[in-house]
Design a protein around this ligand. Sequence first.
Ligand SMILES: Cc1cc2nc3c(=O)[nH]c(=O)nc-3n(C[C@H](O)[C@H](O)[C@H](O)COP(=O)(O)OP(=O)(O)OC[C@H]3O[C@@H](n4cnc5c(N)ncnc54)[C@H](O)[C@@H]3O)c2cc1C
Length: 347
Amino acid sequence: MMERAERILVTACVEPDGGLSRHTLEAFGAGAALAGALGGAPLDCGLVGADTAGAARRLAALGAERILAAEGAHFAQARYATDAAAIEALARSSAATIVLAPATARLSRVMAGVAHRLEGRIDAHASGLGAEQGRPVLARWYYRKRMEARLEREVRPWVISLDPGIAPAWEGPPGDAPVERVAIPPESLATRTEVVGDHAPEGGTETIRPDARLLFVAGAGWTKAQADGRVRLDEAQSTILEFLRVSGASLGGSKSIVDLGSEGHSVLPFMTHLNQIGQTGQTPRHPLGLATCCHGEEPHAVGWRFIGERRAINLDPNCGWAQGKADILYVADAFVVMAKINELMRR
Ligand SMILES: Cc1cc2nc3c(=O)[nH]c(=O)nc-3n(C[C@H](O)[C@H](O)[C@H](O)COP(=O)(O)OP(=O)(O)OC[C@H]3O[C@@H](n4cnc5c(N)ncnc54)[C@H](O)[C@@H]3O)c2cc1C
C-alpha cells in the first residue's frame, strides 16, 4: 500500500453550554494520538456551534495547526442540512485526508453524507484507531462483537466516526486559541427544518451514565419468585433505584430482564433496551461492575469485556460468573445484600 502524507481533522459539535462532551474530548484525544503515531501529522480541529470560543480555548494545548469553526445560531441545534454543510466546509478548508468525529447521535446522522459530498469513504463506529508501519489503521467490531477487524483504506478523505470509550479524553490547560471562522454557503442555511425541542426515550437514558465509576447490572432474578414464594417487584424497584441514587452508578440489564418488559410482563419500568449489556446490547467501559440476580451467561458476560473489575451477587454458586467470568462472586441473596448496602450508604 502507498504511504502518503496525512492531514487529520477532528470535527465536533459544541454543547449548548459552550463546552465539549467527554465523548468529543475522546475524539480529540484519539486525533492527537493518531497524529503522533503518524510521525507528527498535521492536526486541525473543526468546531460547529453557536459560540465556539470556549471550546477552542479548551483545545488550545492540543497541538492543532488550525482551529476552524462553523459558528452561529444556525449551528446551535442538530439539523441535517446545516450540520452537513458545516462539516463539509470545515473539511474542505482543512483539506484533511482523515476526518474524525465522535459517533454521537448528532454527528452519526451526517458523517456518511459528508463523506459522500467529499467523494471520500466512511467507516462508522470505530472501536480503535492507530498506525501500523506509518499508515492509519482502525479497528471495528463485526458479527455482533464476536470479531474485531483491522481496516486500512486507500481512498481519501477517509471519514471515521469513533465510538465512546476507545481513547482517553483529551486533557490540557486552556489558553488563547485563534479561531478561523469558515464561511458556509448561504444556500445551505436556507433550511426548511425548525427544531422545536428534544424528546428523550422514556426511562432508560437517565439511568445510563457512561462517566459513572460503577456499572450496576440487574438481571431477571429480581423479577422471579424468591425463597418465600413471592415476586417482590416493588421491593426490587425501590432497592435498585435507591442504590442508583446514592451511588451514582450506571444501570445495565440482562437481555432477559429487558425483554420481559416488551413481552408484557410487569417488570422494572425504568429498564429499557438501551440498558441491555451483552452481545446484542452495549459493551460499556466502567472501571467497576456489579451484577445482581443475573446468571452471567456468555452472551451477557461478553458485554463486560472492558469492565475493569467484575463482581456478581448470585444465589447459585454454579452460575456463569463462577466460571471465571467475575473477579469475585458473592453467593448471597441480592435483595438482602443491596438493602444492607443502601442502609450503609444512607448513613
Ligand atoms: C444470540 C443471543 C444473543 C444474546 N444477547 C444477549 C445480550 O446482549 N445480553 C444478555 O444479557 N443476554 C443475551 N442473551 C441471553 C443470555 O444467553 C441469557 O439468556 C440472559 O443473559 C439471561 O438473563 P439473566 O441472567 O438476567 O436471567 P436468568 O438466566 O433467569 O438468571 C437469573 C439469575 O438470578 C439469580 N437470582 C434469582 N434471585 C436471586 C437473588 N435473590 N439473589 C441473587 N441472585 C438471584 C438466579 O440464581 C439466576 O442465576 C443472548 C442470547 C442469544 C442466544
